[in-house]
Write a protein that binds this ligand. Structure first.
Ligand SMILES: [Cu+2]
Length: 107
């Protein structure tokens, strides 16, 4: 079956790992595919976690501009960032500066 590359490139999966609850922290997956970060979850809260899933054949990183996180992501691997603080965190890949995004973390 043909795969639509354009569609796949933009996909991010939002997968709460536990049952919905106002207080529970959640884990979201941001897929990196075809040299792009997927869509970042829109309503992150302090205490949530982001799992970065690198589906590319290239090594990437998820590196915060302010140094608050720096996740190494070898080809095909995942890495996790726990969002301890509220704020707006720009991030990019060390190796591919055109790959970038922003995490907005609220209370
Ligand atoms: Cu990269």
């Amino acid at each position: 079956m043909p795969r639509c590359a354009t569609f796949v490139a933009g996909v991010a999966l939002f997968l709460p790992m536990s049952a919905p609850s106002a207080a529970a922290s959640r884990t979201y997956v941001v897929v990196i595919d075809k040299m792009k970060f997927g869509t970042v979850p829109p309503s992150l809260k302090a205490g949530d976690a982001v799992v970065w899933e690198n589906r590319d054949m290239f090594r990437h990183t998820a590196t915060a501009t302010d140094g608050s996180f720096d996740v190494d992501l070898p080809a095909g691997k995942k890495g996790k960032t726990v969002l301890a603080r509220t704020g707006t965190f720009a991030f990019s890949c060390k190796y591919h500066p055109g790959m970038r995004g922003v995490l907005r973390v609220s209370k």
